[in-house]
Design a protein. Sequence first.
Length: 153
Amino acid sequence: MPTAAVAGAAGAAAAYLRIGEAGDAVLLRAAGTALALAEAFCGRVLIARDWEEALDAAAGWQRLAAVPVRSIAMPVEDGAIDIDADGVGRVRVSVATRVRYSVGLAAEWAALPEPVMQGVVLLAAHLFEHREGGLGPPAAVAALWRPYRRLRL
């Protein structure tokens, strides 16, 4: 997870909690965890970053693991690439290769959709306030993230 995104989420959570120390290590960890859980729940990479994946040679198209794909850097001359409207990347290669690509819903923390950001802030604040555990996350978090969830069947 990009450190700038974690810092942005921690700052937003600190403002929500009305505390002045956004750089607090516990709050930074809570924000990083909340962002990682948001990505896992939504089934997509939220903050743009570079990705690399090893692919075997195949006659047909191979789906890239991470979504939404922003761009694909194709190192193989005889390969083909495709990115559909949902951000699913597909590659066709005749030799085994490592494919580098950029993936992410938003370029930075501030560019995320408001409901996703609010869910991350609520979860980070919850994790910060309930460090000892024992209390489940607020139901509002899942409700905020559900429209951005993509499941692969």
